[in-house]
Design a protein around this ligand. Structure first.
Ligand code: AHR
Length: 512
C-alpha cells in the first residue's frame, strides 16, 4: 500500500513537471583518481588538408601569417584549447611513412605517393622537425606513431635515436646538422597503427611478436625520455585482440594498448555531416554511447592480466565519421561539424573521465579539416567547430581528481530504441568542483538535480554550448553562430544543485 502511494506521488510530481528527470549524486570528498590530461589529446595525419593547406602553409608563397610555416591563427586556437598531446604522422599513413625522407634541406627531400589518402604526392616538406616545432608552438607533447608495417626495426630505432639521443651518436649528430642541437625527448611512441588492417593485416599473435621485437630496440636515451610505448590496439569490439596482446607482450615493455572506435552509421552509407534526419542522428548517438561498453569490456580483459592497471588503455582514434562534403576529394575525409558532433564529444569525454583509472590517453580524429575536426580552414579563413568548444569547456578536467558519480537519467528514445539522455562527469582541482553535463535528447530538455556529498560549496557559475537545432554549425560566412556562452541557470541550495539542461546542449558548471 505504502509503495503504491509512493508511486502515485511520483507520478503526480512528474506530471506536474516537478520531478527531476536526471538525478546525480557526487562525492567530492572521495575523489582519488587523476583524470590524465592526455585523454584530451588530438591527432594530425598526412591526410587531405589536415597538414598541407591546413595547419601548415609553408614559409614561402603565402599571405597567411605563420611561424615556421605553421598558421598563427591555428597556433593561437590550439594553445587556448590546451592540447596535451598530438599524434602524428598517422593513422594508416604512419605505416607507409619513411621519416628519413622528411628531414634535411627541403629541396633535397624525396617525394612519395600517399597511397592511403587520395594518391596525392607527398613532398615531405612537413617532417619531423616541422612537427616537433608545431608541438612546441602549441605546448603539446608529441606522440609519434612508428612505421611497423613497411619500415624496419632499424628505421624505428634510428628515429628514436634521432629525436632523443643527447649527442655523439650518428643519428643525433645528423639532427644537429639539420639545425636542432638539443634532443626533443619524445616519450609517447606508437608501435605501428591498426596492425590488423592498413598497418600490415597481421594476426594478433603475429603482431604481439613483432611488437616485442620493435619495442626491444626503442631505447630511452636519456632519463628525461622514459619511453611510453603503445601497442596498436583493437578496432571496436575485437576483444580477442586486446586479450592476445595483454597475454603475450611482457608488461615491462608495454605502457599502453590502443583502441579505435568511430561513430559511423554504416561504412558504405555513412550519411551526410549536415542536413541529417533524426534517424541518422539517433544512430550516431547510439554508436557514440558504445564507447562505454567497449571501455568496460576491454578494461575487464586488461584487469585479468594487469589487475594493478599499470598498462593504460589509449583510445587514440575516436569521433564521428560521415560522407565527405559534396564536391570534395573522397580520399580527404573533409566533413562539416554540427551540434551532433558536440554531443559525441561531450558524452565521449564524460565516458573517458569516468574510466580514468584505465583510460589514460585518447586522440580525437582529427585536429584540422579531417573527420571530427576542431578547426576548419578555407584559404585564409578559419573557424572553430562546436567540437572545439566542447573540448575547451571540458579542459578544466585535465589532470584534476575524478569525483565519484552516481547518475540516473531518462532515455532518449527514437522509434522504439533508447539511449541514456544525459551523461555527466565531475572533477576537483584548485579548490573548484567542475561538473560537465551533456543532454543528447533531440528535443527534450532535462531537469537535473545534483546532490553534493561530503563537501560544501557556496557559489556556482557555468558555461553552455547550445543551439536551436542539432543541425546547426559554424560556416565561413557565419563562423560564430555557435560559441560558448555564460550560463547562470543553476541554483545551489543546501548542497543541492538544480538546473535545466536544454535539448542537445553541453553545460560545464564550476563550484567554489
Ligand atoms: O583517421 C583516419 C583513419 O582511420 C586512420 O588513418 C586509420 O588509423 C583509421 O582507420
Amino acid at each position: 500500500m505504502k509503495k503504491l502511494q509512493l508511486t502515485l506521488v511520483t507520478l503526480l510530481l512528474s506530471l506536474a513537471g516537478l520531478q527531476a528527470q536526471t538525478r546525480i549524486t557526487l562525492s567530492p570528498d572521495l575523489a582519488q583518481t587523476q583524470i590524465n590530461k592526455h585523454i584530451y589529446g588530438h591527432f594530425a595525419e598526412h591526410l587531405g588538408r589536415c597538414i598541407y593547406d591546413g595547419i601548415y602553409v609553408g614559409e614561402k608563397n603565402t599571405a597567411i601569417p605563420n611561424t615556421n610555416g605553421v598558421r598563427n591563427d591555428i597556433v593561437k586556437a590550439l594553445k587556448e584549447l590546451k592540447v596535451p598531446n598530438l599524434r602524428w604522422p598517422g593513422g594508416c599513413f604512419a605505416d607507409a611513412y619513411q621519416w628519413k625522407d622528411g628531414i634535411g634541406p627541403k629541396d633535397q627531400r624525396p617525394s612519395m605517393i600517399n597511397v592511403w589518402w587520395g594518391g596525392v604526392t607527398e613532398d615531405n616538406s612537413f617532417g619531423t622537425h616541422e612537427f616537433l616545432d608545431l608541438c612546441e608552438q602549441i605546448g603539446a607533447e608529441p606522440y609519434l606513431a612508428g612505421n611497423v608495417g613497411s619500415g624496419t626495426v632499424q628505421d624505428l630505432a634510428d628515429w628514436v635515436n634521432y629525436v632523443n639521443h643527447p649527442g655523439g651518436s650518428p643519428m643525433s649528430e645528423l639532427r644537429k646538422k639539420n639545425g636542432r642541437e638539443k634532443p626533443w625527448n619524445v616519450k609517447m611512441w606508437g608501435v605501428g597503427n591498426e596492425a590488423w588492417g592498413c598497418g600490415g593485416n597481421m594476426t594478433a599473435e603475429y603482431y604481439a611478436n613483432v611488437y616485442r621485437q620493435y619495442a626491444t630496440f626503442m631505447t630511452s636515451w636519456t632519463n628525461d625520455a622514459k619511453l611510453f610505448r603503445i601497442a596498436s590496439g583493437a578496432s571496436d569490439a575485437d576483444y580477442a585482440w586486446t586479450e592476445t596482446l595483454m597475454k603475450n607482450i611482457p608488461h615491462g615493455m608495454l605502457s599502453g594498448v590502443a583502441l579505435h572506435h568511430y561513430s559511423v552509421i554504416e561504412w558504405n552509407h555513412k550519411g551526410p555531416a549536415t542536413g541529417f534526419n533524426e534517424s541518422q542522428y539517433f544512430k550516431i548517438m547510439d554508436e557514440a554511447w558504445k564507447m562505454e561498453e567497449l571501455i568496460v569490456r576491454h578494461s575487464t580483459i586488461m584487469d585479468k592480466y594487469d589487475p594493478q592497471k599499470k598498462v593504460a588503455l589509449i583510445v587514440d582514434e575516436w569521433g564521428g565519421w560521415y560522407d565527405v562534403e559534396p564536391g570534395t576529394n573522397p580520399g580527404f575525409l573533409y566533413q562539416q561539424n554540427t551540434m551532433r558532433d558536440a554531443m559525441i564529444a561531450g558524452m565521449t569525454l564524460n565516458i573517458f573521465n569516468n574510466h580514468a583509472d584505465r583510460v589514460r590517453g585518447a586522440n580525437l580524429a582529427q585536429i584540422v579539416n579531417v573527420l571530427q575536426a576542431v578547426i576548419l580552414t578555407e584559404g585564409e579563413k578559419m573557424l572553430l567547430t562546436p567540437t572545439y568548444y566542447v573540448m575547451k569547456m571540458y579542459n578544466v578536467h585535465q589532470d584534476a581528481l575524478r569525483v565519484p558519480i552516481h547518475l540516473e537519467t531518462q532515455n532518449y528514445t527514437f522509434e522504439g530504441r533508447s539511449v541514456p539522455a544525459v551523461s555527466a562527469s565531475a572533477s576537483k582541482k584548485d579548490g573548484s568542483l567542475n561538473i560537465s553535463l551533456t543532454n543528447i535528447d533531440y528535443a527534450k530538455p532535462q531537469e537535473v538535480t545534483i546532490s553534493l556529498r561530503g563537501e560544501n560549496y557556496s557559489r556556482v557559475t557555468g558555461q553552455i554550448l547550445a543551439s536551436g537545432s542539432v543541425l546547426d554549425h559554424n560556416t565561413f560566412d557565419n563562423p560564430e553562430k555557435i560559441k560558448i556562452k555564460d550560463f547562470s541557470g543553476a541554483r545551489l541550495t543546501n548542497g543541492v544543485l538544480k538546473l535545466t539542461v536544454p535539448a542537445h546542449s553541453v553545460i560545464v558548471l564550476n563550484l567554489k
